[in-house]
Ligand binder design. Structure first.
Ligand SMILES: Cc1cc2nc3c(=O)[nH]c(=O)nc-3n(C[C@H](O)[C@H](O)[C@H](O)COP(=O)(O)OP(=O)(O)OC[C@H]3O[C@@H](n4cnc5c(N)ncnc54)[C@H](O)[C@@H]3O)c2cc1C
Length: 242
C-alpha cells in the first residue's frame, strides 16, 4: 500500500470492522460495521458514509477508491451500523460488497448531505430503486407514524427488493424496466391527487429519474422546490458519484 493510502486511512478516515455480511436479495448485501466512533457520532437520519472500497488497489485513482453508502440502520448504544449495498453496477463498490469478509477493516468518513429526514409534511411520496431503498427506509422510520406514506420502489426484478431492518415492508414494490420514467409518471399521477395536506417527495437512486421527476413535480404539478428532496446515487455515464 502506498504512502497516500496510508495517510488517507490514518488521518482522513475512521477505522471500523465488518461484523456481519448477509445477503438481502440476489442483488443486495447487508454489511454491518462496528466501531467505537459510532457510539459518539452526531447522527441525523439521512447521513451517509464515504467508504474506502478500493484502498488496496494501486491501479485505481484516489477518486476511484471511494464510494458512498447510506446508513440504513444505526445502534449507537451497541456501536454498530448497517449498510445495504446493491451490486448491479459490478464496479469497485459492488465487488467490495461481494467479496469482503467478516473481520475485514473498513475505512470511512461521515457525510451529511441534504437528503435528510424532514418531518414538516403531512404526506410523503418515496420514489427510488434498490440502491436508494435503505435510505428511504431510514427516512420512513424517522418521520412520525401519523404521517401518510405513499411509495414507488422499483426494480427489474421485484425479488431483489428487500424488507426493512425490522422485517416489515412498508413500501409498494414494482417490477419496472431500467429508467422507467413513463411508468413512474403514471403512478405519480395516480398517487398525488390522493395526497392530503402538506406534501413532500423523496426521490433517490438513478440520476435520470431524479432529474426528470424533480422537473415534472415542479413544472407540471407546480410543487415548490422545498417540497422535493432528490439525491442522485448513480449516473449511467459515471463511475462513483461523489
Ligand atoms: C449519497 C449517496 C448514497 C448512496 N447510498 C447507496 C446505498 O446505500 N446503497 C447502494 O447500493 N448504493 C448507494 N450509493 C451508490 C454507490 O455510492 C455507488 O455509486 C454504487 O454502489 C456503484 O458503485 P460501483 O463501484 O459498484 O460501480 P461504479 O464503478 O460506480 O459504476 C459502474 C457502472 O454501473 C452503473 N451503476 C451504478 N449503480 C447502478 C445501479 N444501482 N444500477 C445499475 N447500474 C448502476 C454506473 O452508472 C456505471 O456505468 C449512494 C450514492 C450516493 C451519492
Amino acid at each position: 500500500m502506498g504512502l497516500i493510502e496510508n495517510i488517507i486511512k490514518k488521518v482522513v478516515l475512521q477505522e471500523t470492522i465488518i461484523e456481519e455480511r448477509t445477503r438481502l436479495s440476489e442483488a443486495v448485501w447487508k454489511i454491518r460495521l462496528r466501531s467505537d466512533s459510532i457510539h459518539k457520532a452526531d447522527f441525523v437520519p439521512g447521513y451517509f458514509l464515504r467508504v474506502g472500497v478500493g484502498l488496496n488497489d494501486r491501479e485505481l485513482s484516489l477518486k476511484e477508491k471511494i464510494r458512498s453508502y447510506s446508513v440504513w440502520n444505526i445502534n449507537q448504544a451497541e456501536g454498530y451500523l448497517d449498510l445495504a449495498v446493491a451490486t448491479h453496477s459490478n464496479g469497485i463498490g459492488a465487488k467490495w460488497a461481494t467479496h469482503c469478509k467478516v473481520g475485514d477493516k473498513v475505512y470511512f468518513k461521515w457525510k451529511k448531505g441534504n437528503f435528510l429526514v424532514d418531518d414538516s409534511a403531512d404526506s410523503y411520496l418515496m420514489i427510488g430503486d434498490v440502491s436508494a431503498l435503505s435510505h428511504l427506509y431510514m427516512i420512513h422510520r424517522n418521520v412520525p407514524r401519523d404521517r401518510k406514506m405513499k411509495s414507488i420502489i422499483y426494480s427489474q426484478k421485484k425479488s431483489e427488493l428487500f424488507s426493512d431492518v425490522d422485517g416489515t415492508t412498508p413500501f409498494d414494490f414494482y417490477e419496472m424496466a431500467t429508467n422507467p420514467y413513463p411508468d413512474i409518471i403514471a403512478k405519480v399521477n395516480e398517487i398525488v391527487p390522493k395526497m392530503t395536506g402538506k406534501k413532500m417527495a423523496y426521490i433517490g437512486g438513478d440520476s435520470r429519474i431524479c432529474v426528470a421527476l424533480n422537473h415534472y413535480l415542479r413544472k407540471e404539478l407546480h410543487w415548490e422546490t422545498k417540497q422535493i428532496k432528490t439525491k442522485p446515487f448513480w449516473n449511467p455515464n459515471k463511475r462513483g458519484l461523489e
